[in-house]
Design a protein around this ligand. Structure first.
Ligand code: HEC
Ligand code: HEC
Ligand code: HEC
Ligand code: HEC
Length: 358
């Protein structure tokens, strides 16, 4: 039996397709491998254990370095924090505001904060955060890659307190929900400052993105910070994880959200902006209630009213200092603002009903 020309040609086609497919597969695997941190590496220049200068890391990893250096385009920042609410508070004490020495537009984390210098493996640089995890019974050495990607960001994007000797300390031991965090702060008896209007001992919340995210639908589905904030981008023709670490609205959202949501760009943007707008409306109402309570309490040194107002403003600040405009957990953010409004009005009612009629 002989094969016809046609059959030979068909066989040849099948073989060629198989070979081509295998080639693609191995190329794909090789591409994947170079994206996974932790592989064996040869360095152009060795990176010292304590090397904080990204330029030195950049000699070995020019693409990530150049991408990290690319300044983020300016976005209007919606700063709604009313100056009156922070009256008497000095921001100088905050770690995150004093630490960054990089030019405007660059994210302040250094390569060393997230990578092991020899292997480039992901690692959490801040020991205080590792300690806080272990107080919650979480061993960093056993963390999954996905959890590690969250902790990388959470080591800085969590609220913090000042422990003994002004050391960095995370109030996470009771849990990540706002009430639990506030309880942990109360237990430390931290009054960050006394408000000169109402005389209330106040708490300053400091950007609890990790905590708010943990209460949302994305966290409960295992969607982590890097899924949305480090999308794959092209840098000089190569595909790398974006190292600009900026707000998603600065990139086309499709790059970040489309792997999971099949919504067109316009709808994605609208969903984020819609959440922001509703959040802002509630936030402004909470600010008005807080300002009104501080003023009403000016001549009424009532400890219970002060306690209520301290809690009210802490719930507001929990989401106001967080910065995602409620996006990380919209319902939870709204709940905090509702609590802020209610507690502030309770504080005001207390002093108004106890003061003699004019
Ligand atoms: C805030 C944390 C963070 C910072 C800061 C950071 N990286 Fe990364 N980097 C990551 C994450 C996360 C990934 C992996 C993406 C993934 O798989 O999720 C990554 C991936 C990489 C990779 C590819 C992984 C590999 O093994 O090939 C390189 C190279 C790299 N980073 C270099 C750098 C350099 C150079 C700097 C400093 C200029 C830097 N990174 C700063 C978090 C960070
Ligand atoms: C070493 C500390 C540190 C680490 C680690 C870190 N950040 Fe930041 N990040 C900061 C500070 C400080 C700012 C500036 C905050 C401010 O303006 O109050 C910032 C700003 C941001 C912003 C706002 C930038 C903008 O465009 O306005 C985003 C988004 C962000 N970080 C995301 C991340 C993500 C995602 C990770 C993890 C992959 C991460 N950060 C890891 C310290 C850190
Ligand atoms: C599902 C996607 C998604 C996930 C997951 C996510 N973020 Fe965001 N994040 C956003 C969006 C959307 C915004 C705000 C919209 C904008 O302005 O781009 C934002 C805003 C931010 C900001 C900006 C705050 C500012 O002041 O400008 C920071 C910081 C941040 N996220 C950190 C984190 C951290 C840390 C995690 C993980 C614990 C995380 N995000 C998880 C989508 C996400
Ligand atoms: C890794 C996957 C993943 C990524 C990336 C992701 N999401 Fe989601 N998102 C989910 C899942 C899962 C849900 C839960 C709803 C569901 O199961 O359909 C969800 C829900 C939502 C919801 C509904 C929230 C609610 O409370 O009902 C919005 C809005 C949303 N995502 C917006 C975004 C935006 C905007 C981005 C990009 C900045 C983004 N998502 C990125 C997986 C993702």
């Amino acid at each position: 039996m002989t094969l016809s020309n046609r059959a030979w040609f068909a066989l040849f086609l099948v073989a060629a397709l198989v070979a081509f497919g295998l080639g693609l597969l191995t190329m794909g695997l090789a591409g994947r491998q170079s994206e996974v941190p932790g592989g064996q590496r040869t360095f152009v220049t060795p990176i010292g254990d304590q090397e904080r200068d990204p330029a030195i890391w950049g000699i070995n990893f020019p693409l990530e370095y150049r991408n990290w250096r690319r300044p983020s385009p300016a976005l209007p920042t919606a700063s709604t924090a009313s100056a009156e609410l922070f009256s008497g508070y000095g921001f100088a004490r905050d770690f995150n505001r004093t630490r960054s020495g990089y030019p405007e537009g660059l994210h302040p984390a250094s390569c060393l904060d997230c990578h092991e210098p020899r292997s480039m493996k992901l690692r959490v640089g801040r020991k205080a955060f590792i300690d806080a995890l272990s107080r919650r019974g979480i061993e960093i050495a056993k963390a999954s890659d996905q959890d590690l990607r969250t902790y990388l960001c959470a080591q800085c994007h969590s609220t913090y307190a000042f422990g003994k000797d002004e050391a960095l300390d995370f109030p996470h031991e009771k849990g990540l929900k706002s009430e639990e965090v506030l309880k942990a702060l109360d237990a430390r008896q931290t009054a960050d400052w006394t408000h000169p209007g109402s005389g209330a001992p106040m708490l300053k919340l400091r950007g609890p993105s990790y905590e708010l995210w943990s209460q949302g639908i994305h966290a409960s589905r295992g969607v982590t910070c890097t899924d949305c904030h480090m999308p794959y981008v092209r840098e000089e023709g190569s595909r790398i994880a974006s190292h600009q670490l900026h707000r998603p609205l600065r990139n086309p959202l499709e790059a970040q959200c489309a792997p999971c949501h099949r919504w067109p760009e316009g709808e994605l943007k609208a969903r984020v902006q819609d959440i922001r707008a509703r959040h802002q409306e509630l936030e402004q109402r909470a600010e008005a209630a807080l300002v009104s309570a501080h003023r009403a309490m000016a001549h009424h040194p009532d400890p219970e009213a002060r306690r209520l107002l301290r809690q009210a403003q802490a719930h507001w600040d929990f989401v106001a200092s967080e910065g995602s405009g409620g996006f990380h957990a919209p319902q939870e953010a709204a709940r905090n603002l509702a609590l802020a409004i209610d507690l502030a009005r309770q504080a005001e009612l207390r002093v108004r009903s106890s003061s003699p009629a004019p």
